[in-house]
Design a protein around this ligand. Structure first.
Ligand SMILES: NC(=O)c1ccc[n+]([C@@H]2O[C@H](COP(=O)([O-])OP(=O)(O)OC[C@H]3O[C@@H](n4cnc5c(N)ncnc54)[C@H](OP(=O)(O)O)[C@@H]3O)[C@@H](O)[C@H]2O)c1
Length: 216
């Protein structure tokens, strides 16, 4: 069965997955790169990096993924919708290598990139978007790539089977929080926490019952 998964979503101690304001110069606002320094240090990111606990979690991002869904604010800075030349942050060969569905209220024609990534732009409910992504995923799993608003919407709709968040020991104080509106989330998931020597905590949420997005 095709699962819906989240990986490597980095949050501050106070639950923010991005700072503010987001801009072309500062994709994570005042958070800068602090949410992802743990990942930059791993072999997953850089061949000369570490191969310990953080790397073991980070590499799971790729395994068995056939499509990604992301939000409009992950795809680009405010205003990208008005720039017909904007193709995302990642250059000609984005690191997705699968069909990638960008949720936006300003859809545009699909964009085929190098390396197997094709961006599709759609306005659809989380359930409808997931159905489309599943159809494109060739029987593999679908990753919800963020940002936090889209993650929250998919989790609230009961569509997420497995979630891996990385709690980074910083307090951001402002930005976009992932937990708002998800009271009692732990009732639907088995939750585990693994502390890494790097100082981050890996949190995994594995659904304990059938998800509402289960097509069977
Ligand atoms: N910490 C991490 O690991 C991590 C991971 C990924 C991203 N990020 C960061 O998170 C930030 C973006 O997150 P965010 O929460 O601000 O925004 P987001 O989740 O990326 O995107 C939200 C936007 O997507 C569009 N959208 C969402 N659902 C839709 C639907 N059903 N139909 C049509 N459009 C829909 C809407 O934009 P419009 O109305 O404008 O179309 C909405 O405002 C960025 O700073 C990014 O760098 C962090």
């Amino acid at each position: 069965m095709s699962l819906t998964r989240i990986h490597n979503l980095s949050i501050s101690l106070d639950g923010f997955a991005t700072g503010e304001p987001q801009s072309l110069e500062a994709p994570f606002g005042h958070a800068g790169q602090r949410l992802h320094e743990w990942m930059f240090a791993t072999r997953f990111w850089d061949a000369g990096g570490t191969a310990g606990v953080d790397d073991a979690f980070a590499v799971r991002h790729e395994d068995g993924i056939g499509a990604e869904i992301m939000g409009a604010h992950k795809f680009g800075p405010p205003g990208w919708q008005d720039d017909p030349g904007w193709t995302g942050w990642w250059g000609p060969n984005p690191p997705f290598h699968t069909p990638t569905f960008v949720l936006t209220h300003h859809p545009r024609p699909s964009l085929e990139m190098e390396g197997g990534t094709t961006f599709h732009f759609l306005a659809a409910s989380p359930a409808a978007a997931l159905q489309e992504a599943r159809a494109a995923a060739g029987g593999q799993d679908v990753r919800i790539g963020g940002g936090p608003s889209v993650v929250r919407d998919f989790v609230a709709a009961g569509l997420v089977d497995h979630m891996h968040l990385v709690q980074v020991p910083i307090v951001l104080g402002r930005g976009v929080r992932v937990w708002d509106g998800l009271e009692g989330l732990e009732d639907d998931y088995a939750v585990e926490a693994v502390s890494s020597p790097s100082g981050v905590t890996h949190l995994t949420f594995t659904r304990t019952g059938p998800g509402r997005g289960d097509p069977s």
